[in-house]
Structures are given as structure tokens and as C-alpha cells.
Design a protein. Structure first.
Length: 371
């Protein structure tokens, strides 16, 4: 049975896409030797929930339309996912490798072995690793469906247990495994590389948020009721988790004397406060889009950004490369004004590019945009 359309999910995709662009623009803002700490706290700290929230939304879409209690064909499922994700991933990886190779006058990354490594780990461009992890989630879909059926017997209990486990896994991966690999795998370069690249393909970093999205989809009417009933508690937790993120960011710089870059590498979505922020930030944003009244203009804005979010995700690094290249040519500093302008232009140009790509013939478009 076809289920009702949920505009809040579309709006959430748009919000997360804006957050992802913020993170990537923040990387350029760090090039300013007099970087604005408040701006970075928005672009690189408060935007951090956007990446794991996309896994929440991906799982939500899959389980909302195909419940764990519905018939499931793994073959048909993978055929569709290959079309939607794998083909665009390969095409855009090749595009970025060709572009960066052309600008650097070096196409070594297109040789068979480097190309295979780039495709396996999403190294074609800094944003493509997400698609690698997503593909691994898809490949393991029978496992997730079994887990969701089990979790639904006692969803609150098992989600809490999994959440605690996620905290431990992410803490070890973020702050321990790197040093262990350096110490014990120094003479095993292949194994060390596999460990060093863990953020690019280990689904275990995002299992909780993915399964949470699946459970919320399976029990969405109940979840909506609970979010409304406990809306003040949810809002309080979301605000406190955001304050914990920003507070930790300033703390490590002020007390531990970290640089801004070191602070960002410490306070991220897989840090303990980051896992809390991801959970409460995602649920609270979803709640706000459920209940917040939107006028026609705002509804059209969020709908358009949400509907084109996949294309914007794929194309926005290209525009950032173009615009930052222009800034370098004209010696423009990454001031607050220039960074905000860069952000707005990246969003606008990526949106227009996506609209243009949607006009391609379907047989071409399905490889470029997956549909």
C-alpha cells in the first residue's frame, strides 16, 4: 500500500544539504590566517549533524516505503540502488578525477590501480565517500531488516543500547585506532591504509542513526505523537547538545590550546557530544518541519532545495573549485563576507546546475542523477 507523502522529509533533505555545503565551505574559510571563530562554529561545528542525518533519511525512505513486514526482493532492491547510487557515483568520480587531473596536468589517478583505490574509498572528491558508505549499507540490507524486526519488539530499549554502543565505537575510532595503527601496523602498509581510510567505508560509524531512521519510519505515527508530547524535552536536549558541541570547540582551543583545525578534528559528529547532537538535532529538526507553519515562499524554497538535494550534493564541489580558484587568482581573502558569498553562490549555482541536468534525456539523466 502506498503511504502518504511526507513533505518534512523533503525539507530535511534540503536542510542537510545546506549543512553539508556549510562544512565544505568551512574548509576554505580555515585558509584565512585570521579565521573568524564564530563563523567556523556554524560552518564546521553546528553543521556536523548533516552528514549522519542523511543516513537517517536514507533509512527512513527505504523502510517507510518497504516495511520489514512487506515482501522484499534483494535482487530488485540492489538493481534499483545500483541505478540510483552506483552509476552516478562512478560517473561523478571519473568527472572529478578528470577535472582535477586536467588542472594539475597529471592523470596518474586514472591509472588502473589508483583508479580502483579511488573508487573503492570514494577518493575522487572529498564528498564522495558518503556514497561508498551508503552502498555498503545497501549491500547489507538483509542484516538491517533483521535487526529492525528485532528492535521493534522493544524499540526504546534496543535503541538506547545501540546508542551506547555507538558512543563507544565512535570514541575508539576517533581517538584510539589511529595511534594503534601507527604503532602496530607500521610494517603492514596495506592494513594500515585500510584502517586509515576507515571513515570512508566503515558503516559501523553510522549504524545507530541508520537504524534509528528505519525504526522511526516503521513507527512514524507513534513517533510523531511522542515528539509532540515531549516537544519541550526534545527541544531542550537539542539545544543542550548544540551547546555541548560549541562549548567543547571553544574549550579545547582555550584550555588545551588546540588550533582551530585541531579543534574541528576533535569535536565532530563522531565525538561523544557529536553523537548526542546528531541524535537530538536530527529528531528536533524533523519535528520542527512537522509543526512549523511555512508560507508559500518558504514552502517552495524548502521543497526545491529538498527535491534537488541529490544533484546539489553531486555538483557543488565543482562550483567551489571554480569559485575558490577565482578568489585565488584575484587574491581575495576568506573574510566573513566573502565566505558567506561563496556559500550562497555555491548553493545557487549548484541548484541551477541540477535543474539544468534534470533536462537531460532520461537515458542519460539516470546515470548522472540516478533517475
Amino acid at each position: 500500500m502506498k503511504r502518504e507523502f511526507l513533505p518534512e522529509i523533503t525539507y530535511m533533505r534540503g536542510l542537510c544539504m545546506l549543512g553539508v555545503i556549510g562544512i565544505h565551505v568551512g574548509s576554505y574559510a580555515l585558509l584565512n590566517p585570521f579565521v573568524n571563530l564564530q563563523l567556523i562554529s556554524v560552518l564546521e561545528i553546528l553543521s556536523r549533524f548533516a552528514v549522519p542525518a542523511f543516513f537517517f533519511l536514507s533509512a527512513f525512505g527505504l523502510f517507510y516505503h518497504t516495511s520489514v513486514y512487506d515482501p522484499f526482493s534483494y535482487k530488485d532492491f540492489m538493481k534499483r540502488r545500483i541505478q540510483v547510487v552506483l552509476y552516478p557515483y562512478i560517473l561523478w568520480s571519473l568527472f572529478y578525477l578528470l577535472y582535477t587531473g586536467g588542472t594539475a596536468h597529471n592523470f596518474g589517478n586514472l591509472q588502473p590501480l589508483p583508479l580502483a583505490i579511488n573508487l573503492l574509498f570514494g577518493n575522487g572528491m572529498y564528498h564522495l565517500y558518503f556514497m561508498v558508505i551508503l552502498l555498503w549499507f545497501y549491500i547489507m540490507m538483509p542484516l538491517w531488516r533483521s535487526m529492525v524486526r528485532f528492535i521493534l519488539k522493544a524499540p526504546v530499549l534496543w535503541l538506547v543500547i545501540l546508542f551506547v554502543g555507538q558512543l563507544l565505537v565512535d570514541f575508539v575510532s576517533s581517538y584510539r585506532i589511529g595511534s594503534w595503527a601507527t604503532q602496530y601496523l607500521a610494517n603492514e602498509p596495506v592494513l594500515k591504509y585500510l584502517v586509515d581510510m576507515r571513515l570512508n567505508y566503515w558503516v559501523i560509524h553510522y549504524v545507530w542513526i541508520f537504524l534509528c531512521g528505519a525504526v522511526v519510519a516503521e513507527r512514524y505515527n507513534v513517533v510523531r505523537t511522542l515528539m509532540w508530547r515531549y516537544r519541550y524535552g526534545l527541544a531542550t536536549c537539542a539545544v543542550l547538545s548544540a551547546l555541548a558541541m560549541v562549548g567543547a570547540y571553544y574549550y579545547v582551543m582555550d584550555v588545551w590550546h588546540y588550533t582551530v583545525l585541531e579543534a574541528i578534528y576533535t569535536v565532530h559528529q563522531m565525538s561523544p557530544m557529536g553523537v548526542f547532537y546528531t541524535a537530538f538535532g536530527t529528531l528536533f529538526a524533523l519535528f520542527l518541519f512537522q509543526v512549523m507553519p511555512l508560507n508559500n515562499t518558504m514552502e517552495a524554497f524548502w521543497s526545491q532545495i529538498g527535491d534537488t538535494s541529490y544533484g546539489i550534493y553531486l555538483v557543488h564541489p565543482f562550483w567551489l573549485l571554480i569559485m575558490t580558484g577565482i578568489m585565488t587568482k584575484f587574491n581575495l581573502m576568506y573574510t566573513v563576507g566573502n565566505v558567506i558569498t561563496l556559500y550562497l553562490m555555491a548553493v545557487g549555482l549548484s541548484y541551477l546546475a541540477t535543474v539544468a541536468l534534470k533536462q537531460l534525456p532520461k537515458k542519460v539523466r539516470q546515470y548522472v542523477l540516478g533517475n
